[in-house]
Design a binder for this molecule. Structure first.
Ligand SMILES: NC(=O)c1ccc[n+]([C@@H]2O[C@H](COP(=O)([O-])OP(=O)(O)OC[C@H]3O[C@@H](n4cnc5c(N)ncnc54)[C@H](O)[C@@H]3O)[C@@H](O)[C@H]2O)c1
Length: 253
């Protein structure tokens, strides 16, 4: 199946690590021109080098998704270098602090909401006008299984990821007739630094996480990357406003 991503321009936030990094490489291998955005310079530049070593096209922009000025700059740099914006994977996110609803601090709540939810809204605020100029595009926002069901110990994270689903559906409806598709991806437990942090690098804690996965293993970042690529491609041309659960069966329980 030709995904028709050759020379398409894609912006990926949180692209220095985990799911975002795997997505940057996968988009590039499909021929897309990739803008790698993250707060982590060194790791971001490393992904760019890897893409270039495979004869792909990419560049890095330092961008904190909580900063409107940074996002404005990210999109401006994308247009300056590549001339257009076709796709976006708004993926940057944090897990926040583990705490129950009662002991969650205001600071943890605010920071998690700012990165995971406000960050996605800000990205779309600047991405959509560029897509309108060229007749359309595709946006994928990163939610989670925690955007579909509850998850003990992560109240701010769960609330932010549920918000991402509602925001995604709203933008999808608003721009459905303008040829801009907006979908969300809802990963299950994926083997990335985020899960390492949540499980304190302990194999025993990882096993507890995996126990929630009916398939009996964690997902790989590349498996999420392929979903994001599909949602950005013409292969999913009739799919919009959809929170796509890619979770090894987690929410089927
Ligand atoms: N790993 C999982 O099990 C899992 C499950 C469901 C959803 N997700 C979601 O997938 C996305 C990627 O997570 P991951 O697992 O790859 O984690 P990760 O920690 O490996 O990667 C997250 C990336 O986001 C970047 N980032 C953090 N704050 C940022 C900010 N303010 N501005 C720009 N970049 C920022 C980090 O520097 C990092 O490179 C997140 O939105 C996460 O919530 C992950």
């Amino acid at each position: 199946m030709d995904l028709h991503l050759k020379n398409k321009v894609v912006v990926i936030t949180g692209a220095a690590s985990g799911i975002g990094a795997a997505s940057a490489l996968t988009f590039a291998r499909e021929g897309a021109r990739v803008v790698v955005a993250d707060v982590q310079n060194e790791l971001g530049e490393k992904i760019v080098s890897q893409i270039k070593s495979e004869n792909g096209e990419a560049f890095f922009v330092k961008c904190d998704v909580t900063s409107e000025a940074d996002i404005k700059n990210l999109i401006a740099k994308t247009i300056e270098k590549f001339g257009r914006l076709d796709c976006a994977f708004n993926n940057a996110g944090i897990e926040g602090e583990l705490s129950d609803t009662f002991s969650c601090t205001t600071e943890n709540w605010q920071r998690t909401m700012d990165i995971n939810l406000k960050g996605i809204w800000l990205c779309m605020k600047y991405e959509i006008p560029e897509m309108l100029k060229t007749g359309g595009g595709a946006i994928v926002n990163c939610s989670s299984v925690a955007g579909i069901v509850g998850f003990e110990g992560l109240p701010a994270y769960v609330a932010s990821k549920h918000g991402v689903v509602g925001l995604t559906q709203t933008a999808a409806l608003e721009f459905a007739t303008k040829n801009i598709r907006v979908n969300a991806i809802c990963p299950g437990v994926i083997d990335t630094p985020m899960v390492n942090r949540l499980t304190h690098g302990q194999e025993s804690e990882k096993k507890d996480f995996i126990a929630g996965e009916p398939v009996g293993r964690m997902g790989k970042p590349e498996e999420m990357a392929r979903v994001a690529v599909w949602l950005c491609s013409d292969a999913s041309s009739f799919v919009t406003g959809h929170p796509l659960v890619a979770d090894g069966g987690w929410v089927a329980r």
